[in-house]
Structure formats: C-alpha cells, structure tokens
Ligand binder design. Sequence first.
Ligand code: AMP
Ligand code: AMP
Length: 350
Amino acid sequence: MARPAPILPASINPSDFTVATIGSHSALQILKGAKDEGMRTLVICKEGAERPYRSYPVADEILTIPDWSAWDEKLEEELIKRNAIIIPHGSFIAYMGHERVKQMQVMYYGTKEILEWESDRKKERIWMEKAGLQLPKVFEKPEDINCPVIVKFHGAGGGFGYFVVKTPEQFYEVKNRKYPEQNDFVLQQYIVGVPLYIHYFYSPLTKELEIMSFDKRYESNADSIGRIRAEDQLSANIHTSYTIVGNIPVVVRESLLPHMFEMGDRIVETSHECCDKGLFGPFCLETIITRKLEIFVFEISARIVAGTNPFVEGSPYTALKYKEPMSTGRRIARDIKQAIEAGRLEEVLG
Ligand code: AMP
Ligand code: AMP
C-alpha cells in the first residue's frame, strides 16, 4: 500500500529547503545553480562515485548508497527530514525507473505523470503529433522498410546499439547476428541532416517559455567514422553507433528561432491533454535539421538534459535575458525559490 504523502512544509523561506539530486548526468550544474540561488544542496552518490562532488564544492552534503536498489524508505525519510526537493535528470530516471519515481514520497520538482508520456514511444509520438511537430516516419514492420531507417532497440542506453539499414534483408542480417533475442524495437526513417538539441524552460509561475541553449552530441563512433576514408570504413565493416560521450554547445541561425519558440509553445499547450499539470520546468526537443531547414523531432525529454552542461556560466541566449550567469540548473532553483517565497510550492511539485 502506498504511504500517505507527507504534508508540505509551510515555510516561505528558501533556506529551509534542500535541493537534492543523484550524482551523475547534470548534478554538478543543478547543485551549482541551487547554491548560486542561495539554497542548500545535497547529492546522493553510488559508493565510489563521490569524487567529483568532493572535488567541485557544489554539494553541502553527500549521502552515499551501495547501489541504486538500496534506495529505500529510510533514505527517503532522511531526505524528507531535510525538506529535500529532488531534481530529476536522465540518470535519475534511468537508475530509478518510472514506477519507483511515482512511489517516492520526497518532494519532486516537475510532473511525474509526464514521464510516462516521454518514456513510452507510442505515447510520446501521439503527444508530438498533437503538437503538430514534423516527425520521422515510423515503419510498423521490417518488411515495410523502403528507405534508410534507424533501428532503435527499447532501452538502448545513450544511443548504444542503434544501427542504420535500408532494406528488410539488411535489417534481418544485423538483427539476427547481433540481437537475436530482442524483439522490442522501433524503425524510424533516418533523417539526413544535423542533429540539434533545443533546451527549453517553461515556468508555471511566470507562464513564460524560454529557450535556454542548444547542443549537439559527441557520439562514439558516429563522430569518428569520418576520420578514416570510405574504403577503410567498408573493409573494417564498422557499424555506426551513437554512444553518448559528451556535449558540444551550438548557436543557431537566428531565423530558425521563431519556429523553435512555436514548437516549444505547442508542446507545453498539448501537454495538458496528457496530464492535468502538464509539462513545466526544463525540457528538450531532440531534432534533426535538413538542408531544406525542415526540423524533424525524433524525441522529447521532459526534464533537464545533459546538453545544458556546457552552460554552467549561462549561454549566449540566457546572457540576453539575465544579468547574472543563468544555467538551466540555476533556472530550476530560481523557479523553486520563487514558488516557496510566493507560497506556491505545490505548483512546481509533481
Ligand atoms: P550515466 O549516469 O552517465 O551512466 O547516464 C545514464 C543515462 O543518462 C545514459 O543512458 C544516457 O542516456 C543519459 N546521459 C548521461 N549523460 C548524458 C549526456 N552527456 N548527454 C546525453 N545523455 C546523457
Ligand atoms: P537518441 O538516443 O534517441 O537521442 O539518439 C541518438 C542519436 O541517433 C542522435 O543523436 C542522432 O544522431 C541519431 N538519430 C536518432 N534518431 C534519428 C533519426 N530519425 N534520423 C537520423 N538520426 C537519428
């Protein structure tokens, strides 16, 4: 049976609260941002992974657990005692899983229900279609493949194991050789263009959509294959993979911005058809932009993405809007701080 949710602290003083997250992904940025907003910070680390959080002094407190499976009621009670507000990020969701996140009693920034929409490829597509975004075609079965497609197995962590084929025969050749046991995959039209990740922030308090920054990813081995000539690629029989290694900042052609703002607006508007509270806080549209400047969206992340990490000191875009260096992590903390001070904390919790 679910435990009754704890009563929200009545304080309107941000220093009575602690911004908390788990140690990986974008934790350094999130914690630094919270400290810059004058809040207390805490990081939960897997034993052996504390070093960065000791070396960079962004966490007021470090809690360690032997393994993510050891996340239990006792740990949650410790967090609740400190009025901790958890900030979810990619690794948090990957390690905890949606079901455990839903059961958590500790305060949580963002809408939990929206995670179900972003993690279920079918639901995610319904949402993006409602928002009128341009999407890559999806093929129901391998026999339908009639153009280059990217094959994504369910749960492929960080783009590992994706491959590109252009006929049903090629598909079965790779699948049967490398992934004979796996039958949960999507076949998405492979869009030729440049990948671009758009980092948005929507505050339920100000009701304003902001574009915080952009990144492109540094992926192994997709970003290194071009370093050898085509003949060598063929003779080495290299299959492209997209294992994420890091993130590179991008500034976009300015005339693309109006459309990008509209895309973000529509995702926020239609999120209210997915769940009551809708989407708020940081989110990202993962796109490929073609030579005709069409923007295809292949995924949405309904939380902070690690592509915001290069902008700990703000981005060329936040510099236009804020007097102080504004990272996405700091923007989250500011939303929380303003909500606490206005007695509206509940509005930013899921
Ligand atoms: P990690 O904690 O680094 O093992 O990452 C857990 C998950 O978060 C990975 O499977 C990735 O999908 C995602 N992730 C981690 N770091 C990044 C990054 N720099 N850019 C994009 N995604 C990331
Ligand atoms: P993901 O793990 O879904 O973020 O995707 C990893 C990488 O695969 C992206 O950075 C893109 O380079 C590539 N990718 C994903 N979907 C497509 C697509 N439909 N067309 C072309 N490239 C894609």
